[in-house]
Design a protein. Structure first.
Length: 109
């Protein structure tokens, strides 16, 4: 499946209330799902000594799917194809790598 197909199919399940601008709800959802992923990773260290078993891996996969859904939905409401998001990110990273700027901080490095 390509990213744009995923984006279209994912959007068919978008059923949420509008909060202000259309992008607000999925942005808040993305933050929540990222927090859930981070919490699961925290518990891997707290409860499992940093080891990821198959059950935990599956739980992480499902959280990543929720994150992907929200990213796709934000892109949809902004009318940006998800493949464009992915390609722009790869181009940005390749440019940083070529210039030796992968490390560090700031958007414009």
């Amino acid at each position: 499946m390509n990213l744009n197909d995923y984006q279209k199919q994912a959007h068919t399940t978008a059923k949420y209330v509008k909060i202000g601008e259309e992008y607000v709800y999925p942005t808040l959802g993305l933050a929540g799902e990222a927090g859930e992923l981070a919490n699961k990773v925290k518990k891997i260290f707290r409860d499992k000594g940093g080891k990821i078993d198959e059950e935990t891996k599956e739980a992480l996969k499902l959280e990543l799917g929720d994150i992907l859904w929200y990213v796709a939905e934000i892109a949809t409401v902004l009318n940006i194809p998800l493949e464009d998001v992915a390609n722009a990110n790869l181009q940005k990273l390749a440019s940083r790598d070529k210039r030796g700027m992968i490390g560090g901080s700031g958007d414009n490095r």
